[in-house]
Design a protein around this ligand. Structure first.
Ligand SMILES: NC(=O)C1=CN([C@@H]2O[C@H](COP(=O)(O)OP(=O)(O)OC[C@H]3O[C@@H](n4cnc5c(N)ncnc54)[C@H](O)[C@@H]3O)[C@@H](O)[C@H]2O)C=CC1
Ligand SMILES: O=P(O)(O)OC[C@H]1O[C@](O)(CO)[C@@H](O)[C@@H]1O
Length: 382
């Protein structure tokens, strides 16, 4: 069995590639980072170090590596005979990997089982986004895309910090992981991946993950940055930050319980587990990594505006989420290109213009006035 995985970074090596390897797949990593690919291609194995209460080390071998920028034809040929394609490149990068995936699907021999495609990104229905990009590349000469490939949405959850210099290919990760995959598109032929959980209805799971793990994680990052703290674990050790993060997750818990019918006690246990994960002092995770790309994280269907808008539509003023949004607006990390762009938008627009541009909220949305007031406050305070 063979899997082609795009994105040999933190998640690619520390989570998806590891689980595919342990499921018995040969993994072909495809990435555009030439130094990384060169190092991977020359290596027989690398190790995944789980840090925390029960440390463990897992070894990944039986892999190859190709540069999907300079070796696209080779990547296309691998996809033509692969069983699975996965991605962990970032939601905004999916459009750049779609052409090779489309060519690889088109090159598959007639009668071959459909390629199983799963995007593993922090975005709701990321595989649907990838499928639409692949469809846009599909000219139909090789027949129907639906006959040659199956696309399934997933939710991926494992905290994998940026790796410290000198670690080479090895990856430091938390012990916890959860890979939830929508079983429906596969019919009865879902791939066998022991580490993954297959479900019939993914939406509740991915919203619970995005609006609990990612919302809480990013809130900890922005509140921590505002408090002048560098590590997520340090931020969570600060009582004020921890209280603010808890208040944010109380709000998203109310939404998730009301919207998806999660058991309140179960959701509380899920929140408690996540707060413990964020506090893992063995993870060298930073507020700047977790808070990276603030424009993406403040966009309409993402971890802040998504739940806050739905709460406002239910007549609830999401005070805690508004506090996290204000902290995100103040995330002026000069090393983060989106943070710099965010600052430029705030400086060059009125509060209403900036609110619409950053959050995608319509001017008549019930949340708009509160966010615009926050934006105005941030604009006048910088
Ligand atoms: N790091 C984490 O803890 C988690 C990350 N995620 C999600 O996983 C995805 C990847 O995140 P990370 O692994 O942390 O990022 P990363 O930056 O470590 O890895 C991304 C990789 O994609 C590669 N890449 C960029 N453009 C490419 C292209 N056009 N073709 C092929 N490869 C390309 C980069 O060179 C890099 O190696 C993101 O969607 C992220 O939101 C999800 C859960 C946890
Ligand atoms: O990868 P993103 O979307 O920038 O989010 C940052 C953080 O959210 C998490 O994905 C939580 O799952 C972190 O592990 C990740 O690093």
């Amino acid at each position: 069995m063979k899997a082609v995985h795009f994105g040999a970074g933190n998640i690619g090596r520390g989570f998806v590639g590891l689980l595919l390897h342990e499921a018995g797949y040969e993994v072909v990593f495809a990435d555009v980072a030439d130094a990384l690919i060169t190092e991977l291609a020359a290596a027989d194995s690398y190790q995944v170090h789980e840090v925390g209460e029960n440390p463990a080390v897992r070894t990944v071998d039986n892999f190859r590596a190709l540069n999907s920028g300079t070796q696209e034809a080779a990547v296309v040929a691998e996809i033509a005979t692969a069983d699975i394609v996965t991605t962990a490149v970032g939601p905004h990068i999916l459009k750049f990997v779609a052409p090779a995936i489309a060519k690889g699907i088109a090159a598959r021999a007639p009668g071959l089982a459909p390629l199983q495609v799963m995007a593993c990104e922090n975005a709701i229905n990321a595989t649907d986004i990838l499928k639409s990009e692949v469809s846009a590349q599909w000219d139909g000469a090789a027949g129907s895309l639906e006959d040659k490939a199956v696309f399934a949405n997933t939710a991926v959850d494992r905290i994998v910090p940026n790796q410290e210099a000198g670690q080479g290919l090895d990856v430091t990760v938390e012990t916890f992981y959860e890979w939830v995959i929508d079983r429906t598109p596969f019919g009865g032929a879902a791939p066998v991946i022991p580490g993954a959980t297959f479900v019939d209805n993914l939406e509740p799971y991915i919203e619970r993950k995005l609006f609990t793990v990612n919302t809480g994680h990013a809130a900890a990052a922005y509140f921590g940055f505002e408090a002048g703290l560098g590590k997520i674990s340090e931020a969570m050790a600060d009582q004020d930050v921890a209280a603010d993060v808890r208040a944010v997750l109380d709000e998203t818990k109310e939404l998730l319980v009301a919207k998806h019918g999660f058991n309140r006690d179960e959701q509380e246990a899920y929140v408690q587990k996540i707060l413990g994960r964020f506090s893992n002092a063995h993870l060298p995770d930073t507020v700047t990594r977790v808070g990276r790309a603030p424009l993406r994280k403040l966009s309409r269907h993402e971890r802040f505006i998504g739940p806050a808008a739905e709460l406002a539509e239910r007549g609830i003023v999401p005070e805690a989420l508004l506090g996290a949004i204000a902290a995100a607006l103040r995330f002026n990390d000069t090393a983060d290109t989106e943070a710099v762009e965010l600052g430029q938008i705030l400086a060059s627009s009125t509060a209403d213009e900036a609110t619409a541009k950053i959050t995608g909220l319509a001017a008549d949305h019930p949340l708009f006035p509160a966010v615009s007031a926050l934006v105005d406050e941030v604009k006048t305070s910088v």
